[in-house]
Design a protein around this ligand. Structure first.
Ligand code: NDP
Length: 492
């Protein structure tokens, strides 16, 4: 693989019908390394005519792929997951250059969790089936059929993982997918497309069209596309759903959150602090499910804060390609300014910066979008930093007295992506999570997302689920076939 680190990554074309093709739009943009501000390469933009070409190609791909058996499809996906694992290191470096996240994360999570997903659905592909029901003479059966051409639209925080989480179940079920990566991170989806082709996926079954919101819109509004799966912000989710409604497409939305992490007095303090760090500073805080509202019960609050501050100070921020780095650069200068704006706002609202609170002083990092991991103490529920998704390394600490009180406060948000509870009292843990309004809850850990476990949000954090067996429901439809064995009596 050519390496952008060595400055030799060529202009990236669109990937349509099993090969790179020049965009008919004639337009391009530059993708930038968030840690240095340097241009990695130029990337071509898919306009409406390119999306048209991608749909025509996907139609052909779908015609072949959907007629293959599940076993054959599983074999192709299995080969793809093996290639992903073989190229883990190179792909992880590319992901680091495009996202600014630490290599110590990308090398063990991003590509591997994508490969896990492709492997999981490769295993399920052969066992997808309908049902037969005897009606005492006549009978009916159901066929589980693919939807057709699906659009996947990705966010920039986990680009290759998101591309795998959408394409693997879609392909396992016999669909074709056209994928639009976020414009800030367009590189690894193209590598995934190359890998699928190498693994034997028929041309047209996985096309990649880079671009901005307008490219996404061309997909969500296209009458030839049967389903859209988006990972992005709540506002984008609403627009996508409205556009998709014009042709009544199936829609899956994985959106933002402002999730609560609740620590009771009896929790193991070390584990709870570790959980809070993972829930706020992994991928420099750019994780949708992060538990950014950390509610700690009064009796443990001060000790928890002291240990949290001590451990946060120990986090190593710096060059994302340095294997020792734990906090990388935020995705863009614009996003960095947004996060810094929230930190200023938190101060103005009266929260106390217990650690962090701005950019690092290191001059060598000045051109990158670095923000210190920040803990705000003394927060109140009505502060903007506590209510709004910041999507950066900013933790808000809140204290509480009673179980009832904290459940009500945790649920007082339009979001409902995730939640966490730390306690040694397992009866309480289950009682509390049963009442939390969240799609995914963790007990005594945080942000663990095995591929077998459904993932998604309730309320405004999303619709539908990714991963696990349930995703099959979102990429297939049932056809009922009634069979009469005894002719037709005429009522006339
Ligand atoms: P955005 O919503 O800005 O963008 C997501 C994708 O949608 C991008 O590819 C974007 O293109 C595209 N897009 C934007 N507008 C439209 C439109 N009108 N029609 C079709 N497509 C459109 O999200 P971010 O990329 O900023 O990602 C961060 C957000 O994603 C956070 O809110 C985070 O919580 C959420 N997220 C949710 C996850 C989950 O599983 N629940 C996981 C990861 C992130 P472009 O990039 O060119 O603007």
């Amino acid at each position: 693989m050519t390496s952008p680190a060595k400055g030799n990554l060529p202009e990236q074309k669109l990937y349509i019908h099993g090969r790179y093709q020049d965009a008919l739009s004639g337009r391009s943009f530059e993708t930038v390394n968030p840690a240095t501000g340097e241009v990695i390469c130029s990337v071509q933009v898919a306009g409406a005519e390119d999306v048209e070409a991608a749909v025509a190609s996907a139609r052909e791909g779908f015609a072949r792929w959907s007629r293959m058996s599940g076993t054959e499809r599983g074999r192709v996906l299995n080969k793809a997951q093996r290639i992903l694992r073989e190229r883990n290191r190179d792909l992880a470096i590319l992901e680091v250059l495009d996202t600014g996240k630490p290599i110590q994360e990308a090398e063990v999570v991003d590509v591997i969790s994508g490969a896990d997903c492709v492997e999981y659905y490769a295993g399920l592909a052969a066992s997808l089936h309908g049902e037969h029901m005897d009606l005492g003479g006549d009978f009916f059966y159901t066929r589980r059929e693919p939807l057709g051409i699906c659009a996947g639209i990705g966010a920039w925080n986990y680009p290759i993982q998101i591309a795998c989480w959408k394409s693997a179940p879609a392909l396992a079920c016999g669909n074709a997918m056209i994928f639009k990566p976020a414009e800030l991170t367009p590189l690894t989806a193209l590598k995934l497309a190359e890998i699928y082709t190498e693994a034997g996926l028929p041309d047209g079954c996985f096309n990649v069209v880079q671009g901005f919101a307008e490219t996404g819109q061309a997909l969500t509004r296209h009458p030839g596309i049967a389903k859209v799966s988006l990972t992005g912000e709540v506002g984008t989710g609403k627009k996508v759903m409205a556009d998709a409604a014009q042709s009544l497409k199936h829609v899956t939305l994985e959106l933002g959150g402002k999730s609560p992490l609740i620590v009771f007095d009896d929790a193991d303090i070390e584990h709870a602090v570790n959980g809070a760090l993972l829930a706020n500073f992994y991928t420099q805080g750019e994780v949708c499910s992060n538990g950014t509202r950390v509610f700690v019960q009064e009796g443990l609050h001060d000790a928890f804060l002291a240990r949290l501050v001590e451990k946060t100070k120990g986090l190593k921020l710096g060059d994302p390609l340095d294997p020792k780095t734990q906090i990388g650069a935020l995705i863009s200068r614009e996003h960095c300014e947004k996060v810094l704006g929230y930190i200023d706002l938190g101060r103005k609202e009266g929260a106390e910066v217990a650690v962090g609170g701005g950019r690092p002083e290191n001059a060598a990092l000045a051109r990158g979008n670095f923000v210190l991991p920040t803990v705000f103490a003394g927060c109140h529920d009505d502060m903007a930093i506590v209510r709004e998704e910041i999507f950066g390394p900013v933790l808000s600490l809140l204290s509480f007295k009673e179980e009832e009180e904290v459940i009500a406060r945790a649920n007082a948000t339009p979001f409902g992506l995730s939640a966490g509870v730390f306690t040694r009292d397992l009866a309480r843990a289950h009682r509390v999570v049963a009442r939390l309004e969240a799609g995914t809850c963790w007990i005594n850990t945080y942000n663990v997302t095995p591929i077998e476990m459904p993932f998604g949000g309730v309320k405004q954090s999303g619709i539908g689920r990714e991963n696990g067996r349930i995703a099959i429901e979102h990429y297939t439809q049932l056809k009922s076939v009634y069979v009469a064995l005894n002719g037709v009596d005429s009522p006339y």
